[in-house]
Design a protein around this ligand. Structure first.
Ligand SMILES: *Cc1c(COP(=O)(O)O)cnc(C)c1O
Length: 377
């Protein structure tokens, strides 16, 4: 009898090479030598290199992607009585950050092919109370930004991009997170550019908003112990900045590998997709998808997921409950049927193993296990 094949996790954060391990060790050592552990020179260096890479005037490091959304919304003066329009099919923080400020998240259903906010439904959701439009670039592909930006411009509403899953993605050649008024990034370890803990950043070309974010992340102070407004402690640790500075130059290589893996999945699944056994992710024209997740849709998702688990193949559901149906938002009055595309996606999506260190042989095994777990055409 052959020994059972090794499990293939959806993501393996222990597979990083010796060189990276060594460079990170050295960067961490330098932070200890500097004695500056919060918002020190390591942070300035990272902010500068990310700003250069994004081609944006300001990048401000914060403690998480959630804080990036929160502090950006604060800078836009979002508060009680305001509405922020966003996608119901996202990680919780996209709506949680809005609600924490006493504002109301207003949802717009998604486009079923890209899983992102459907701009054709956007205008109907806007009211005189709409303080910001916050598209989410889910799974590593930007939302359909031209019509979103056009509507926002016409109505004079700022756009905050939730680019937490999309660092390195582009839209018409422009980097995700730099298309709107502000962009929020997450460097949670599982993201395409992951820190060794929590971290995030806000990007903007707007000098005044950048100054606000800079002040709000240190309790609204502009000079030490002089507080112009109430902010919070949203600072990034220097250790995280140091790790991220080592990893940033490698991001494009990792993205290329993710794209190659996605291509391989696409090719190997092509016949099954043609006969309708599963639906593959699409890369919309003019967009560079960075495949933070490779997500397929299948009719009996839970059965496939359970079977894959039995066979040692990791998979995940991002996300099983659309935001309008989350218990904590019950008071907003969301009902089943409000956003049919988001609700259907929540039933059907399944993310397969995707990370730069995944081997071709592993991809092939994932594909054969998925195909064996799907009903015949
Ligand atoms: C990860 C994520 C966030 C929050 O980032 P954290 O760093 O985990 O706080 C927000 N929005 C989306 C879409 C995310 O994927």
């Amino acid at each position: 009898m052959s020994s059972p094949a090794r499990p293939i996790p959806i993501l393996d954060l222990t597979r990083y090479d010796e060189e990276l391990r060594r460079d990170i060790g050295q960067a961490v050592e330098e932070v200890f030598s500097s004695g500056r552990f919060v918002l020190g020179p390591a942070n300035e260096a990272f902010e500068k290199s990310l700003a250069e890479r994004l081609g944006v005037r300001h990048v401000l490091g914060v403690a998480s992607g959630t804080d990036a959304l929160l502090v950006a919304l604060m800078a836009l003066d979002v508060g009680p009585g305001d509405e922020v329009v966003t996608s119901p099919f996202s990680f919780f923080a996209s709506a949680g950050a809005v609600a924490r400020l006493g504002a109301k998240p207003v949802f717009v259903d998604i486009d079923s092919a890209t899983f992102n906010l459907d701009p054709s439904r956007l205008e109907r959701a806007l009211t005189p109370r709409t303080k910001a439009i916050q598209p989410v670039h889910l799974y590593g592909q930007t939302a359909d930004m031209e019509p979103i930006l056009e509507i926002a411009r016409r109505r004079g509403i700022p756009v905050l991009e939730d680019a937490c899953q999309a660092i390195g993605a582009t839209h018409g050649g422009r980097p995700a997170g730099t298309l709107g008024t502000l962009g929020a990034f997450s460097f949670y370890p599982t993201k395409n550019l992951g820190a060794a803990g929590d971290a995030g950043a806000v990007a903007t070309d707007d000098d005044a908003l950048a100054a606000l974010v800079k002040s709000l992340r240190v309790h609204g102070s502009t000079a030490t112990y002089f507080h112009d407004r109430v902010g919070g402690n949203f600072r990034m640790d220097a250790l995280q900045a140091a790790v991220l500075s080592v990893k940033l130059p490698r991001l494009d290589g990792w993205i290329e590998r993710r794209r190659a893996i996605a291509k391989r999945y696409d090719a190997l699944f092509a016949d099954a997709a043609r006969t309708g056994r599963l639906v593959l992710p699409v890369e919309a024209p003019g967009r560079r998808h960075v495949y933070h997740q490779y997500v397929v849709r299948v009719a009996d998702r839970n059965a496939l997921k359970a079977r894959l688990a039995e066979r040692g193949i990791g998979s995940s559901v991002f996300y099983p409950v659309p935001l309008h149906l989350q218990k904590c938002f019950a008071a907003l009055g969301g009902r089943e049927g409000d956003f049919p595309q988001a609700e259907r996606a929540a039933q059907e999506v399944l993310a397969l193993p995707m990370f730069a260190e995944l081997t071709d042989a592993e991809v092939d095994r994932v594909v054969s296990e998925v195909l064996a777990g799907l009903p015949e055409a």
